[in-house]
Design a protein around this ligand. Structure first.
Ligand code: NOJ
Length: 577
């Protein structure tokens, strides 16, 4: 890539499919590959360039496929390798690239590598995972005997005692997701080989799951036990420490990613997309990860802006402060302006629905969903749309804790209640932040199971599908769907959207989100009212902008100096000097 030829993904929009919840073709209640293939025309109409598939590999499904037992096959739940080849071929025919989820911080405990590793302390694969003896002076298997005090992301300790050998293995996620030991060169080679196999099969890149956790600082040691009411990883009252400082962006992370690039991506770099999911990554680290000169990854998923409503941990939801959101996203825009690249997202399979979170999912659902899309897509970076976001799908009305399926929510509920938390309070947190909000079935139409399945869906369908569904949205030119379609098109037709400089305005304004984009003599102003009351934006010389072209808006016949509730506008003008 040269400076005059920006990478293809700078003008692209990625659409994420969570296969389990997208479209079920065989009536077993679980989405599948043939179901996705059957909906490619819908995605083509939306105009997306890339399809990212959450994991479809063989898996015991402890974490819905993020626990992989075979990296080079398809789980029968989702179909066969032939179905996948067909999906890729059909996507390519429509000009859509396919990016696979790459989950290599950990495998399933049922992966043959781990089964072998566990079989004996002398196994040639013993060192492929993190095996450690109990803490000196303790009894193996007793609470407190774990090699370090780290908590796991899914509640409880990050170490599991293996009775047969008396040792423990590390699992930052569930006990069925043992962490791979990337210090071992054989592990890295096996993964590189597997990645090359997928590229040869025709996939167009990888979304790399928690990839900034693969390098651990040695020797492994205890983390600080939080004094506050838990920190998201560690539940309230927990005895577990935070190992984050020792496994987030550890000492060899840049080396491992550069090696992966050299071994797998180099030679195809111009046609592929690589995006690293990186909890806790700072903008300074992201500059290094995404600087094209360093050949690591094209872009990263950072988490700051989806943490602005966390209080003492993710389950303790605090009201959105728009100034904090702007401060964060604005700093990332600035930080990656010269080298590197942002990924832009509100939603994915781990986040609650953005219209319920930062918008208004009641009276102003349609308008606020369009506003959120507008603000995100007008930033500099590659936007990601998560299935149903383009319909303004909302959080689900989970009645009791038994309606949740996600291991994180189920474990958190059990462990917090065991520790004495009020069940109603815990349930309130799950309703707001639980990952299942994103995982209810895609709403295709108004029929009883929303057109998702002819069988019984694996998780409840949101009853609002009678109103919020793809069939209705495609038929309505004023829908959220068509607004997203226009946003995606705008990125291709208006170069300032993809390539313009970014300047945040009104940083201290508590309700208006406003920013400029500038490329050559073209200037774009995005201005958005994050409130249910009309507001006159304090944008400098806004009256001059009112005479400029209105590229896009979400309120019909709006032209005055006042923004209606949840109104967003994108103005365009040419300037000299
Ligand atoms: C991040 C994924 O997005 C999430 O769904 C999963 O539970 C963890 N990584 C573990 O793989």
């Amino acid at each position: 890539m040269t400076q005059t030829e920006p990478a293809w993904w700078t003008t692209s929009v990625v659409y994420q499919v969570y296969p389990r919840s997208f479209a079920d073709s065989d009536g077993d209640g679980i989405g599948d590959l043939a179901g996705i293939t059957g909906r490619l025309d819908y995605l083509h109409e939306l105009g997306i360039d890339v399809l990212w598939l959450s994991p479809i590999y063989p898996s015991p499904q402890d974490d819905n496929g993020y626990d992989i037992s075979d990296y080079q096959d398809v789980d029968p739940l989702f179909g066969t390798l032939t179905d996948l080849d067909e999906l890729i071929a059909q996507a390519h025919e429509r000009g859509i690239k396919v990016v696979m989820d790459l989950v290599v911080n950990h495998t399933s405990d049922e992966h043959p590598w781990f089964v072998e590793s566990r079989s004996s302390v002398d196994s040639p694969k013993r060192d492929w995972y993190w095996w450690r003896p109990a803490r000196p002076g303790t009894t193996p298997g007793e609470p407190g005997a774990e090699p370090t005090n780290w908590g796991s992301f899914f509640s409880g300790p990050a170490w599991e005692h293996d009775e047969a050998s008396g040792e423990y293995y590390l699992h930052l996620f569930s006990r069925k997701q043992p962490d791979l030991n990337w210090e071992n060169p054989e592990v890295r080679q096996a993964i590189h080989q597997m990645m090359r196999w997928w590229l040869d099969r025709g996939v167009d890149g990888f979304r790399m799951d928690v990839i900034n956790m693969i390098s651990k600082e040695l020797p492994l040691r205890d983390g600080v036990v939080p004094t506050a009411e838990g920190d998201g990883v560690v539940p309230a009252g927990s005895v577990h420490g935070d190992g984050g400082p020792y496994y987030l962006c550890g000492p060899r992370i840049h080396e491992f990613l550069a090696e992966m690039h050299a071994e797998v991506v180099a030679g195809h770099a111009d046609t592929l997309l690589t995006v690293g999911e990186m909890p806790g990554v700072t903008v300074e680290e992201a500059q290094l990860f995404t600087d094209p000169e360093r050949h690591e990854v094209d872009m990263v998923f950072q988490f700051e802006h989806v943490g602005v409503d966390h209080g003492a941990g993710k389950w303790d939801v605090v009201p959105l402060r728009l100034t904090a959101l702007k401060e964060s996203l604005g700093r990332w825009q600035e930080g990656l302006a010269k080298a590197g690249w942002n990924s832009l997202y509100w939603n994915n399979h781990d986040q609650p629905r953005v219209v319920s979170r930062f918008g208004d999912d009641g009276e102003h659902r349609v308008r606020s969903a369009k506003l959120l899309g507008t603000v995100l897509h007008l930033h500099r970076g590659t936007p990601y749309v998560y299935q149903g976001e383009e319909l303004g799908m909302t959080n689900a009305p989970f009645a009791t804790h038994e309606d949740f399926r996600d291991i994180e929510s189920v474990n958190h509920y059990r462990s917090a209640v065991e520790l004495g938390a009020d069940p109603q309070h815990v349930l309130a947190g799950l309703r707001r932040m639980g990952r299942d909000n994103a995982r209810t079935p895609m709403q295709w139409d108004a029929s009883p199971n929303a057109g998702f399945t002819a069988g019984t869906p694996w998780i409840g369908v949101n009853p609002n599908h009678v109103e919020v569904n793809a069939e209705a949205a495609v038929a309505d030119p004023d829908s959220v769907f068509h607004h997203y379609r226009r946003l995606i098109e705008l990125r291709r037709t208006e170069p300032a959207v993809a390539h313009g400089d970014f300047t945040m305005l009104l940083e201290d304004d508590p309700v208006v989100y406003a920013f400029l984009r500038r490329l050559g003599d073209v200037e774009l102003l995005t201005v958005a009212n994050f409130s249910g009351d009309p507001v006159r934006p304090a944008v400098p010389r806004y009256d001059e902008w009112l005479g400029a072209e209105l590229l896009l808006g979400n309120v019909a016949d709006s032209s005055g100096p006042e923004l209606a509730p949840w109104e967003a506008r994108v103005h365009r003008r040419t300037v000299t000097g």
